[in-house]
Ligand binder design. Structure first.
Ligand code: FES
Length: 162
């Protein structure tokens, strides 16, 4: 039996030393931002939105986080808040750190009600914090219920603050 070796520190450092990285977060109908990061010698030296359509709270949260990252010379974890601005900054942070891993990757999450994963995500971003609230907003998981664990995993994923 062969096993894949765990990512080494050298691999992680190689990730950090990439000279330029661009990430794009697009919450359809809500916020959208594309951020360019620049590293020199493994240190983060530039972090700049190249395009953004953000609400005021997300703009502010992103600016505060970017300033902290530049002071630290690295991509820091996002803020711990449960609001959508914090969620957006967390997603930017996770993407820049190559750690953005949604728990469910199929396009449709509830087959009985034909509800897409994007619909569920939008409901969570808008403030639904339980499967019951998501069900009330989207009808997902209101028939056979087999999709409920996936809904719950998605909610944990968005609200998880480590
Ligand atoms: S798959 Fe969602 S209720 Fe059946």
């Amino acid at each position: 039996m062969t096993t894949k070796p765990a990512a080494s520190t050298a691999d992680s450092n190689a990730n950090l030393q990439r000279p330029v990285e661009v990430v794009h977060v697009n919450w359809l109908g809500r916020d959208e931002v594309e951020i360019r990061a620049n590293w020199q010698g493994g240190k983060l030296v530039g972090l700049k939105p190249v395009q953004s359509v953000l609400c005021e709270s997300a703009t502010k949260a992103l600016a505060i986080w970017m300033q902290s990252c530049l002071q630290a010379g690295q991509v820091l974890e996002g803020p711990l808040g449960q609001d959508h601005a914090s969620m957006l900054v967390r997603e930017v942070s996770l993407r820049l750190r190559n750690e953005f891993r949604p728990p469910y990757t199929e396009e449709e999450i509830c087959h009985c009600r034909v509800i897409s994963t994007a619909q569920v995500d939008r409901a969570v971003i808008a403030g639904c914090q339980s499967a019951r609230e998501v069900a009330g907003e989207t009808t997902a998981s209101t028939s056979c219920g087999t999709c409920r664990p996936d809904l719950e995993a998605w909610i944990r994923f968005r609200y998880e603050t480590r």
